[in-house]
Design a protein around this ligand. Structure first.
Ligand SMILES: Cc1ncc(COP(=O)(O)O)c(C=O)c1O
Ligand SMILES: C[C@@H](O)[C@H](N)C(=O)O
Length: 372
């Protein structure tokens, strides 16, 4: 008997639907490095249209999407990028823009809402008269939604303001839009309008949208031409990639309309967690599909809680030494949400009564620390 696992570790765990698998099997393919894969071409053209940009490029991951974008914008030695100190690019991408790209990161504090103060962005821009000493600022990076602050949405007004700063200083603007469709749905702003001020956007297809693999970057034709070369340089040139693009096409077609349900389920989870007196949850901070909750009782650690939940086939991710993250996605049902809340309540009782067992299951499902 296959036991259902309620996997709330991330929206990266989504598995391809039957429609995606059928599309993959039927995909018309050719060699994409030679520019001949028709399914990739159709998908990229559709994504450029949806995002309101000239061109698009399918890439194997969001990490490569960000790396290629930063390197395409910062193609001169001594370049510097302004980005959030709590951003995915800065924390969770192995420092690739520096270690592989030679691009210098200049961090600005991320606010709890995922933004960076505009005046601090401006203050971080290097002045030309310091060229003998300083790196040269070429790019500003935003992240929408912002993962580490809880899936927060950056408003279109804020994005446009940062875009104005970039343009007035001769800089480019990149948006790490891994969950840009979540932001678009939560804000009620069409995605092409939300990113209008950006010179490039990286969009994850393999998270809440449910595609098995990949991201897509969008921007000008010149930008995508440079990005395509960089993708090849990094080993990301793919041959019959139409198989993956076919699934991604179905993901965008079928799942964007379900993201609002993910956000509702996150709010139901947060409401339920709020009733557990050992936890603190900021209900107003749940804007999209992520719920972070703090554990106030020293007898309950995030690791212990996640291990006991795993014994009931509920998977969650420690977010820090005192907090846990739950991420909803379209493969989490309403009953999964209620089951999760029941399991959490029982796990708390077990841990506090000293009856919890902490051996790990052998079914390969492990809860990995979220690397704070
Ligand atoms: C905000 C954000 N950007 C980029 C990435 C990187 O995507 P990938 O895991 O496909 O490299 C992730 C997560 O994976 C993310 O949460
Ligand atoms: C861990 C991080 O890379 C991933 N994007 C997540 O949010 O789960």
């Amino acid at each position: 008997m296959v036991t259902k696992v309620v996997d709330l570790r991330s929206d990266t765990v989504t598995k391809p639907s039957e429609a995606m698998r059928a599309a993959m099997a039927a995909a018309e393919v050719d060699d994409d490095v030679l520019g001949a894969d028709p399914t990739a071409q159709r998908f990229e053209a559709e994504m450029a249209r949806i995002m309101g940009k000239e061109a698009a490029l399918f890439v194997p991951s969001g990490t490569m999407g960000n790396l290629v974008s930063v390197l395409a914008h910062c193609d001169t030695r001594g370049s510097e990028v302004i980005l959030g100190d709590n951003s995915h690019i800065h924390i969770y991408e192995n420092g690739g823009i520096a270690t592989l790209g030679g691009v210098h990161p200049r961090t600005v504090p991320n606010n709890p809402d995922g933004t960076m103060d505009v005046d601090k962005i401006v203050a971080a821009i290097r002045h030309r008269d310091g060229a003998m000493y300083y790196p040269t600022t070429r790019l500003i990076c935003l992240e929408n939604t912002h993962g580490n602050t809880g899936g927060k949405c950056l408003s279109v007004e804020y994005t446009d303001k940062v875009g104005e700063v970039a343009q007035s200083h001769g800089l480019k603007l990149h948006i790490d839009g891994a969950r840009i469709f979540n932001a678009s749905v939560a804000l009620g702003v069409p995605v092409h309008r939300l990113v209008r001020a950006a010179d490039s956007v990286s969009v994850c297809l393999s998270k809440g949208l449910g595609a098995p693999v990949g991201s897509v970057i969008v921007g000008s034709k010149d930008f995508i031409y440079k990005a395509k070369i960089l993708r090849k340089t990094l080993g990301g040139g793919m041959r019959q990639v139409g198989i993956l693009c076919a699934a991604a096409y179905v993901a965008v077609r079928d799942t964007v309309g379900k993201l609002a349900d993910d956000h509702t389920k996150a709010k139901v989870l947060a409401d339920g967690l709020k009733k557990i007196k050992q936890f603190t949850v900021d209900l107003t901070s749940v804007e999209t599909n992520m719920v972070f909750f703090d554990i106030a009782d020293p007898h309950i650690t995030p690791d212990k809680l996640c291990q006991v939940l795993e014994q009931r086939n509920v998977l969650a991710m420690p977010a820090s030494s005192k907090s846990v993250r739950l991420v909803t996605h379209y493969q989490i049902s309403d009953s999964d949400v209620q089951y999760t809340l029941t399991c959490i309540e029982k796990a708390v009782e077990e841990i506090l009564s000293g009856n919890a067992k902490f051996e790990r299951l052998t079914n390969g499902t492990t809860t990995n620390s979220y690397g704070h």
